[in-house]
Ligand binder design. Sequence first.
Ligand code: NAP
Length: 251
Amino acid sequence: MFDPRNHAPAPAELAGRVIAITGASSGIGRAIALACAAHQAQVVLIGRNAARLEAVHTEIAASGAPEATIAVLDLEKALARDYDAVADAVLERYGRLDGLLHNAGLLGTLTPIEHYDVPTWCRVLHVNVTAAFALTQALLPALKKSADASVVFTASAVGRRGRAYWGAYAVAKFAVEGLSQVLAQELEGISHVRVNTLNPGRTRTAMRRQAYPAEDIDTLPLPAAHASAYIALLGPASAGVTGQAFDAQPS
Ligand code: NAP
C-alpha cells in the first residue's frame, strides 16, 4: 500500500513537472519548494510576501535547479481576478500544471469556541479553506491539461480528531479533508487529477512556535525532513492514489 513516509525520491524524480506551492515564502512551504526544485521540478512560488519569495527564487537559481517563477497572491485579500491572473500566467508560461500544494495557513488563536473572536474565525476559514478552494478552481483547467496531476492539501492532526481550543484552525482543517474528498471523487475517472491530504505533523516553524510558545522547538524536525513525503504525493510515485489522507511522520 502507498505510504509517502516510505518513499526515497530519485534525484530527478520531478523533472518535467510544473508544481505550484502556496506559502512558499517560509516554513514548510519554502522547504518543500526548495526540495521540489532540487528534484528538478519547475516551481511556481505563491505567497503574499514578494521579498521572501524572491529570496527563495534566488536560492533555487543559485542551486542550478530549473528556474522558478513567483506569483504574489495574498490569500486573505485576493479577488477572483487575482486568482485568474495566476491561472493565466501559469497557462501562458507552462501550458499546464502538474502539481498544486496548498500549504499556506493561518493559525488564528487558541481560544474556547465560547469566546472565539468572530472576525478571526472568518479570516482563518477564509485563508485555510475558501482561498484554497478558489485557487484550485482557478487552476483546474491547467491541472486538467497535465497527463498526471496531483493536488495536495495540507492537513493537521486537529483536523482529523477535534481538540479543545483549536477553534477555527481545527474546523478549517476538517473542511480541507472534506474538500479534498469531494474534489477527488468529482475528478476520478474523468481526469488525470488526483487529490489527497498530507499532515506534516509537529514541525519546527513559526506557526508551531506561535501555537506552543513554551516548547523547546529545537527538538522538532525541520521542515526539510518531510521533503520525501511531499515529493511522493506531488510526483509520479502516487499515480492513481486519490481521495486519501496521509501523514508525513509516524503517528
Ligand atoms: P508558517 O511557517 O507560519 O508558514 C505559513 C505560510 O503560509 C507562510 O509562507 C505564510 O506566508 C503563508 N501565509 C499565511 N497567510 C497567508 C496569506 N494570507 N496569503 C498567502 N500566504 C499566506 O507555518 P508552517 O508550519 O510552515 O505551516 C505550513 C502548513 O503546515 C500550514 O497549512 C499548517 O497548518 C500546516 N501544519 C503545520 C504544522 C507544524 O507543526 N508546523 C503541523 C501540522 C500542519 P508569510 O511568509 O508571508 O508569512
